[in-house]
Design a protein around this ligand. Structure first.
Ligand code: 0CH
Ligand code: SF4
Length: 307
């Protein structure tokens, strides 16, 4: 069986930075270090950090006064920062700088008197965080149909911002509908969606042309991983999301000549290796890597943890 790995796949710079913040905080301050929400959406990463003394919580009231606290890569609302201050927590913010960039765009638009529209998925932590960073009302749009339902006058000055891990194609459609619906609208180009999201989506589209089956390594609650699987489906390739090799169903691949594998931005390389191991238990495989973009993005750590 031929196996082709997408390039790029797996960890992005924001994920590498977020994990490093937890590791360095553990080293510098000693356990326990509290983390609000999964630092990134991956059970293995979370379990490995828990084993080393990270304590994952969903609410700040579970964190002792004065403790060391890390906000996840997805970002948090202003009210969370305020609560952390009130509890005297020592905070390190692992929000990806590209998520912060969206927060700043939204804040600037609102400060300039524009009504802000956020394109994103309801209930996702990044969306909750972004909505809670912008003063004034923020309208959430998930589909093109939602655009028609927006209760904003056509001539009101509006602006849009987007979640960082959306489908680039779907978002392009939503932005076109927004531009048709409003006469005074501004916002970043769709090509402003996070570089890692774009690169992984382009690579999986390319991979789907060559593969009979697509395996996406990633967690069920990982937005970007789910978008990769959807691209496979849209390309007409049976596509499956799996956390590790134990979730591989041999029936998915038994008739395939070529299996394509990619991994979400939060999926460790070791999990891709684990899936390859499971494939090897089924048959002999010949693994190649698709030519693609070599990423060399790195984000700076918070100064206090940088040395
Ligand atoms: O794809 P989502 O946003 O669900 O998050 P993840 O799977 O933890 O991947 C890292 C992206 C974090 C924020 O952009
Ligand atoms: Fe940052 Fe993009 Fe990675 Fe999200 S997917 S953490 S925005 S680099």
């Amino acid at each position: 069986m031929r196996v082709i790995l997408a390039q790029p796949r797996g960890f992005c710079a924001g994920v590498v930075r977020a994990i490093e913040i937890v590791e360095r905080a553990l080293k510098q301050y000693g356990p326990p270090v509290y983390v609000l929400h999964e630092i990134i959406h991956n059970r293995y990463v979370v379990e490995s950090l828990s084993d080393r003394g990270a304590c994952f919580v969903e609410d700040l009231s579970a964190v002792p006064l004065g403790a060391v606290m890390i906000f996840s890569a997805h970002g948090v609302a202003k009210v969370v920062e305020k609560k952390a201050r009130e509890r005297g927590l020592k905070v390190f913010d692992a929000t990806c700088p590209l998520v912060t960039k969206v927060h700043l765009q939204g804040q600037n638009y609102a400060a300039n008197g524009r009504r802000v529209i956020l394109v994103g998925h309801a209930g996702h932590p990044e969306v909750i965080g972004t909505m809670g960073r912008i003063d004034g009302p923020v309208h959430l749009v998930q589909t093109e149909t939602d655009v028609d339902a927006l209760e904003i006058p056509t001539h009101m000055p509006v602006a849009y911002v987007t979640q960082t891990t959306l489908s680039v194609d779907e978002t392009r459609g939503i932005l076109t509908s927004l531009e048709r619906r409003f006469t005074d609208i501004v916002g970043p180009d769709v090509s402003d969606i996070c570089y890692a999201t774009q690169n992984r989506q382009s690579a999986v589209r390319e991979l789907s042309r060559r593969a009979d089956v697509l395996l996406v390594v990633g967690a069920p609650n990982s937005s970007n991983s789910n978008r990769l699987r959807e691209i496979g489906v849209e390309s007409g390739v049976p596509s499956y999301l799996l956390a590790d090799g134990s979730e591989l169903d041999p029936a998915w691949v038994c008739d395939a000549e070529t299996v394509g594998i990619t991994a979400g931005a939060s999926a460790p390389d070791s999990m891709v290796e684990d899936v390859l191991e499971s494939l090897r238990r089924i048959c002999v495989i010949d693994v190649t890597v698709l030519a693609g973009i070599q990423e060399n993005v790195r984000f700076r750590l918070p100064a206090e943890l940088a040395t």
